[in-house]
Unconditional design. Sequence first.
Length: 278
Amino acid sequence: MTPTHTRLLLVTEQTEHDVPARDLAFALALRDKLPLDVVLPMVSNAEFEQVAPTLAARADALAAHRRNQLMADARAAGVSVQVTSPSGPELHELVVDTAGALDSDLIVIRRRGQRGLLARLLVGEMVSRVVAHARCSVLIAPPGTRPWRKGVLVGIDPRCKDTSLLTHAVGLARERDLNLRILCVAPDETSCLPAETTLSAATATASQMGVRVDAELRFGRPYQQLLAATQDCGADLMLIGRHGDDNILQAWVGGTAQKVIGLSDCPVLIHVPKHPST
């Protein structure tokens, strides 16, 4: 069976906030025998470095210390890693570009960091931007998570005709022999027909692909129903899709996705469709 993912990329600044993502990436690499790349991005500003070379040197020393610490953590966990430490003014661009250069098919990242007022947000600014701009799927790790072993839940949108999200969820459930729960959320009972049609087709497709599957239609706010359904069925991995142009993506990341990612007790995988042009 061809694995669903073949190359992982862990994003870390090697702080206490990055521990959940680090531990999850290490565990996935060991469990699935996958290569693990690590990007340790550093903020830099050429103009600042020219006027404050001493501070720039301290930043370089800190980066080297964090890299050595990360390598030691990997050795202790029995994981072989390749670490790259790009620098630039925008962290999310460094992450997205590194993932593209390494041909990563899954980015593993923390939920949020500690950057002043941004620490109070559900999802950190860098994470939101990575989710919005990544050219591969992104796995967000909340505290205390581990590789999924109970069940997979996928939330599908009747308005989206792309079926790759379902295929992705089926692959993850099938390779670990887990139950798959397919969820559609409609605003109310007067608008349930498209969701019922989508659920019926998705269930038939997933069954034909060889997984144990059940489907559920719920009414209300999507983020609330996704979180509730995941807890109710005992799933320990949730998948939702990303689609739309840049403006839609920014609104999406700031709305449903941010609430789901920020409030979920289990890892959330944001599925990014593959396009020939990317």
